[in-house]
Design a protein around this ligand. Structure first.
Ligand code: DQA
Length: 146
């Protein structure tokens, strides 16, 4: 069982793109911190980013219900029934994360098609959205291995 962190489209631009919404930290820096947290807890984690929706579908389909998924679906949050179906299809426990508060921006961002198939959503806390999700994932994975 592993913890997977998947980042969707445009998140490779973190640190450069709209820092007022997404902060100054790069994706590499965020990933580094998440991997360190998992390592400290004795768990395996892996971080990936893609701008191609089909890649994300393939990656999700390769997960099992023993894994844990931390997912920032980027703009696919608001558009992709396919990603939602993949998560519910493999029954992987998942947490949806967003750097920005999707409920406090343009109205099209308020709807998440993904959140209903996740355990929960963390939105608006910047990079802490990810680290809090990782903390939860670690507790979840340790809890069910006992
Ligand atoms: C985002 C919010 C989305 O609405 C947006 O399309 C992104 C980033 C976030 O992390 O705040 O690409 O998922």
């Amino acid at each position: 069982a592993n913890i997977y962190v998947f980042h969707g489209p445009n998140l490779n631009l973190l640190g450069v793109r709209e820092p007022q919404h997404y902060g100054m930290q790069t994706l590499a820096e965020i990933n580094q911190e998440l991997l360190e947290m998992a390592k400290q807890a004795g768990l395996r984690a892996e971080c990936r980013q893609t701008n191609h929706e089909g890649d994300l579908l393939d990656w999700i389909q390769a997960l099992t219900s023993e894994d844990f998924l931390i997912l920032n679906p980027g703009a696919w949050t608001h558009t992709s029934y396919a990603i939602r179906d993949a998560i519910s299809g493999v029954k992987v426990p998942a947490v949806e994360v967003h750097l920005s508060n999707i409920h406090a921006r343009e109205s099209f961002r308020e709807t998440s098609l993904i959140a209903p198939v996740c355990l929960g959503q963390i939105s608006g806390l910047g990079a802490a959205s990810y680290t809090l999700a990782m903390r939860y994932a670690i507790n979840y994975q340790i809890g069910r291995s006992q």
